[in-house]
Design a binder for this molecule. Structure first.
Ligand code: GMT
Length: 380
């Protein structure tokens, strides 16, 4: 099929999922066209059936806000016509579903029907989309999508709770390509990060408030009082500075390494023992799944879709949001004992296999087929 994918090209989970999905679809013989304002970070190689179309928003002094939705919907119309695109898949409702719907209606004027699949990722529903300034437009664009998918059962329920949604929502969990990890790094070069007697604890995120970054530091502070350890913080975002200040205040500066954004997540996870994800809300927790497939146990909050990924007492532990003491206690339990830690790490890797791309990709293909067939029903 010829598929256009709209996503955020940055380090966020929704962009990562959209990019990995596009790459996997192309490997299965589909023709994939990414339409976004920058080449997606994980899209390193373009090939004959992966295309990238950049959306330009020219600066014009009259505008206080540059109209990205307008530029995106125009670019979609042009791309869909030029390449004979058969389905449009937008990731993250705001503003992609809105712009996608405008493109769809413009094309209808020319007798072209393009089905639109909207995948909800989390903050587009729970945080941003929920805001009264956006809510009507988000509700409208969800209801006008031909197919709506969500990355967890919890997010599906939240969407029904928050919005007046008339459409059914298909849950398609996020995925991982386990074959990429099965061989693994032979030499993790863990000695670059920690001494032999130290455990390595890792956190990866965009350092937004929702990630509860101070909890990450406080949990680690408790851990290192009982078990020799280092904390590796990967990512960039508004909470990073405060985290650095907190580390200094707690006397942790020589035990915490801030690495910034990285394209070498697997290399970092390769030498990690434990992953911390104490988020306030999390529709799925792709970062936790990426840790698990790399054989890293997970200490997380029990919020949103995380319990659909991290299994309490099996792949790690879940605690109430903000319960730093409980998370630290569970982390110490795992890190103190080699055999317990190894068992949890193995379980984590095994559980990640349930989310193998080979199981999940056909679910998206099914949705595309269904949406594509709906053009007969909707043609005029
Ligand atoms: O976690 C973030 O802040 C980034 C955000 C995004 O939109 O890129 O991630 C959301 O989508 C990911 C992929 O589906 C999910 O794994 C994350 O749980 C979800 N984040 C939240 O719900 C806070």
């Amino acid at each position: 099929m010829k598929i256009a994918i709209v996503c955020y090209p940055t380090f966020g989970g929704s962009g990562v999922v959209a990019t990995e999905l596009g790459i996997a679809l192309a490997e299965r013989g589909h023709e994939v066209h990414f339409v976004t304002y920058k080449q997606p970070v994980r899209l390193e190689l373009l090939s004959s059936n992966i295309h990238f179309h950049e959306v330009h928003v020219p600066d014009y002094p009259l505008f206080r806000y540059q109209p990205y939705e307008l530029a995106l919907s125009s670019k979609l119309v042009d791309t869909i016509k030029l390449y004979g695109i058969e389905v449009l898949h937008v990731h993250y409702a705001i503003p992609h579903a809105y712009a996608g719907y405008m493109a769809k209606k413009m094309l209808e004027e020319e007798g072209i029907y393009i089905p639109m699949i909207t995948t909800l990722h989390g903050t587009d529903i729970t945080l941003v989309g929920n805001h009264p300034f956006y809510k009507s437009a988000v509700t409208f664009s969800i209801n006008k999508s031909d197919v709506v998918t969500s990355v967890s059962a919890d997010l599906k329920q939240k969407t029904f709770d928050i919005f007046n949604v008339e459409k059914d929502i298909t849950v398609i969990p996020n995925f991982i390509d386990t074959t990429k990890y099965s061989s693994g790094y032979k030499d993790c070069q863990r000695s670059l990060m920690a001494n032999e007697d130290e455990r390595i604890v890792t956190h990866i995120s965009n350092f937004r408030k929702v990630k509860r970054i101070p909890d990450v530091v406080k949990i680690f502070d408790q851990i290192q009082k009982s078990v020799p350890a280092k904390l590796i913080m990967v990512g960039e975002g508004p909470e990073k500075k405060n985290a650095e200040v907190l580390c200094e205040k707690l006397g942790l500066t020589d035990k915490v390494i801030f690495l910034g954004n990285s394209n070498e997540i697997d290399r970092i996870l390769c030498f990690s023992d434990l992953f911390l994800l104490p988020s306030e809300s999390e529709s799925f927790g792709l970062a936790a799944l990426e840790a698990m497939v790399n054989k890293v146990a997970v200490i997380s909050s029990n919020t949103g879709g995380i319990p659909e990924v991290n299994q309490h007492g099996v792949t790690g532990f879940l605690s109430d949001v903000g319960n730093v003491a409980d998370m630290a206690k569970n982390a110490i339990y795992l890190l103190r004992d080699d055999s317990i830690l190894e068992a949890f790490k193995k379980n984590a890797q095994k559980a990640a296999e349930n989310f193998d791309i080979l199981n999940i990709l056909p679910l998206y293909e099914e949705v595309y087929e269904k949406a594509y067939k709906s053009r007969f029903k909707n043609s005029y």
